[in-house]
Write a protein that binds this ligand. Structure first.
Ligand code: FES
Ligand code: FES
Length: 430
């Protein structure tokens, strides 16, 4: 396909296979090798670039998705021989050892300045570097460099393809998307909808998913933003986690949703990932399934609506039919609610996450990460219905025999974490 975009201020055009990642377009096609690839799992941030002004992982964005966009890479920062203040700060503060992670760290530094200003604190920088890994573990000087670079900006005036090929389509309406899915799904590899892409694209890189057609939903109108209607807070399916976290309507109606959104992945993930995408995928360790189930949500689609109690059907399984598109999600507004999770330190997925919500007619408790899929916890709900306090659930844990075991945690530990996260959520909500 023909991709046209602006890179570092210059119009560029390239003919690439449909499955080309943005990082592959940069490195392999345009020979701009300053942007690095450090992992296959979208976790290291070595590939960070600015896409239309916000930092993203270019290994997890299709070149096709960047069509028409403006991209800034590490090569676009210096002014001739004069380094950008953030680059100069890395040099002055010894913010690099082998230098492999440095382009991604510099771009992350620019995102931190964009979000927090040039007076950003070292603590904030340390927190916001959650999406970047340094294999030389030079974090102390990297943080110093970003703080120094931020201050300096205030004074400044001045070869491998990871994806197989597929057909890429970007419909302009829900009806067009459904029609495209139906016709493409008749082919051998089938079709897949693309929303934020942070689950689908890594799965495709590792060949766990091999659709012949990708249908990008980004062009569908009217599926972003939040509105309050009576006892429901409706959020569009294409609303990114970053947008949910910052939305004033969400914060006013159910602050626990905004807080949960802010805990998903890292800033790069939150800039791309969408609410609808997470619910359609239904990863057993994702946060939003617990939020939706705990808040008695309605998942509205192009062909009807699903109650959350019926929608989640186990690991990666939902009530969605082939080609059905989530359009918006209606969360029931509770009296009070909170979500607490014990997160995996690299992926930020929930080892265990617990959502607690109190309504006029009872309490709902939903657990993610612990079992093969999100589930309600009836014993906790019953205990809290009569007495919404930590005392009411003291020592309560679910049956460990139904829980997951993996390299991160066994079932007994997960059961223990359920009790701890439940108490934490109740304390926060109370
Ligand atoms: Fe590691 Fe992109 S290469 S996050
Ligand atoms: Fe070597 Fe960070 S300086 S990976």
């Amino acid at each position: 396909m023909d991709v046209r975009l602006t890179i570092n201020g210059e119009a560029r055009e390239a003919e690439v296979p449909g499955g080309t990642l943005l990082v592959e377009l940069l490195r392999d096609t345009l020979e701009m090798t300053g942007t690095h690839i450090g992992c296959d799992t979208s976790q290291c941030g070595a590939c960070n670039v600015m896409l239309d002004g916000v930092v993203v992982k270019s290994c997890t964005v299709l070149a096709a998705q960047a069509n028409g966009a403006s991209v800034t890479t590490i090569e676009g920062l210096a002014n001739g021989e004069a380094l950008h203040p953030m680059q100069a700060a890395f040099k002055a503060e010894h913010g690099l050892q082998c230098g492999f992670c440095t382009p991604g760290m510099v771009m992350a530094g620019l995102e931190i300045v964009r979000r927090h200003g040039t007076n950003v604190s070292a603590e904030q920088v340390a927190h916001d570097l959650e999406g970047n890994l340094c294999r030389c573990t030079g974090y102390i000087n990297i943080i110093k460099a970003i703080v120094a670079g931020a201050r300096a900006m205030a004074a400044d005036t001045g070869g491998r393809r990871l994806m197989r090929d597929f057909d890429y389509q970007k419909p302009a309406s829900v009806a067009e998307a459904v029609a495209a899915f139906a016709s493409a799904n008749a082919s051998d590899g089938g079709a897949a909808y693309l929303s934020g892409g942070h689950t689908l694209l890594p799965a495709m890189k590792s060949r766990l998913r091999m659709p012949d057609t990708i249908i990008d939903l980004a062009g569908l109108p009217g599926l972003k933003g939040a509105t309050r209607d009576g006892d429901r807070l409706w959020i569009g399916a294409l609303t990114t986690h970053a947008a949910v976290a910052e939305d004033s309507t969400v914060k006013a109606a159910v602050p626990a949703i905004a807080k949960a959104a802010l805990g998903i992945g890292d800033q790069q993930v939150r800039n791309r990932g969408t609410l609808g995408g997470v619910l359609a995928n239904n990863d057993p360790a994702a946060d939003y399934p617990a939020v939706a189930l705990g808040l008695d949500a309605v998942i509205e689609t192009d062909r009807g609506a699903h109650a959350a109690d019926d929608y989640f059907q186990g690991m990666f399984a939902t009530a969605l039919d082939e080609g059905e598109i989530i359009t918006r999600i209606g969360f029931r507004v509770p009296r009070r609610a909170a979500y607490a999770k014990f997160r995996h330190p690299a992926s930020r997925y929930a080892i265990v996450g617990v959502m607690v919500a109190q309504f006029d007619d009872g309490v709902r408790v939903a657990v993610t990460g612990a079992g093969p899929g999100v589930f309600r916890w009836p014993e906790a709900e019953a205990a809290l219905a009569g007495n919404f306090s930590v005392d009411a659930v003291n020592g309560l844990v679910p049956d460990a025999s139904d829980l997951n075991t993996d390299i991160h945690a066994g079932p007994e530990y997960r059961a223990h974490l359920c009790g701890v996260m439940l108490a934490k959520a109740v304390t926060e909500a109370a």
